[in-house]
Design a protein around this ligand. Structure first.
Ligand code: FES
Ligand code: FES
Length: 175
């Protein structure tokens, strides 16, 4: 079996994989990162989304061998070493954007990719469209959209803008 090496949540990792091994199997079964969930195994639900080289990917339809040399981020990699939550985690908690939590890891990984690829705060319609590949059976989606809207200003790194100004920009662009 070929051996692949990759970086997972900032740490080097290596494993022997079969050609048919899926990335989600590598993460869950070989590396013990069970925060990435499997809801459907057929690329429908989005529970298995992780980031591969900063792009969100459904890991149930991505071969582990394709990740050789890549940087992978899973839900376990969002929390800082000091235990502080990622802004997306904070906003999901603050806006009650989860109930059973099964969809939440994939939801957050897709949402982070969405925010990181939008220079302007996305509208709620843009968020709903971009998140179409992530299904939730509990929340009705409204609070997830609110959480993502609220996370956008917190994730901007423009030092020229204060958090208050960014918040205002986001609010204005969504009215
Ligand atoms: S488990 Fe991958 S999309 Fe559902
Ligand atoms: S919170 Fe239960 S499926 Fe989304």
């Amino acid at each position: 079996m070929p051996r692949i090496t990759l970086t997972v949540n900032g740490q080097p990792a290596s494993a022997e994989v079969e050609g048919r091994t899926l990335l989600v199997e590598l993460l869950r079964d070989k590396l013990g990162l069970t925060g990435t969930h499997v809801g459907c195994d057929t690329s429908q639900c989005g529970c298995c989304v992780v980031q591969v080289d900063r792009k969100s990917v459904k890991s149930c339809t991505f071969l582990a061998i394709q990740a050789d040399g890549a940087e992978i981020t899973t839900i376990e990699g969002l929390t800082a070493p000091d235990g502080s939550l990622h802004p997306m985690q904070q906003m999901f908690r603050e806006h009650h954007a989860l109930q059973c939590g099964f969809c939440t890891p994939g939801m957050m990984m897709s949402a982070i990719n969405l925010v990181e690829t939008h220079a302007q705060c996305p509208t709620s319609e843009q968020i709903r469209h971009a998140m179409e590949g992530n299904l939730c059976r509990c929340t009705g989606y409204h609070n997830i959209v609110r959480a993502i809207e609220a996370a956008w200003p917190l994730m901007q790194t423009d030092a020229e803008q204060t958090a208050e100004e960014r918040e205002r920009t986001c609010t204005i662009s969504n009215t």
